[in-house]
Design a binder for this molecule. Sequence first.
Ligand SMILES: [Zn+2]
Ligand SMILES: [Zn+2]
Length: 150
Amino acid sequence: MSEINDRLELVIPHGKLVVGQAYCPNGCSLMAPARRIHGHPAIHLRATYQQRSGSIYLDPVCGLHDNISEIEVPPREVVEFACPYCGISLDDPDVTCSECAGSMFALRLPEGAHVEACRRNGCPGHRLRVITGEQLMQRLFDSLGMDSIL
Ligand SMILES: [Zn+2]
Ligand SMILES: [Zn+2]
């Protein structure tokens, strides 16, 4: 039953998925209910560009990029992202952007899923990665009504 490939990568249609909860690798919640973008709580990160760092509020709607940044980053420049609470880096050196081949950063979502996005300002590259443990598979199948095929 666990022979099924344990990595599933999805390309998210623009504007279709809203990140409602996101965490750093240490488990800090990154949502900022007081800062709303498109009516949804934004994702609060610390961004560093050259010598300057400050808060950045990411658009929680995947594919839209109405981010609010406290530091000015020129278009196409690469930013480093970290958790604003514990300081851990969110950069993921193992994945490269399919749009620009740059490196990406990752946010943890509930249920073992990750969302990855390009670190280059203005690049649309992003994807959802679901690590499917057996439990998660079961929940996915339950919610899809597909348990009869197991
Ligand atoms: Zn943290
Ligand atoms: Zn990119």
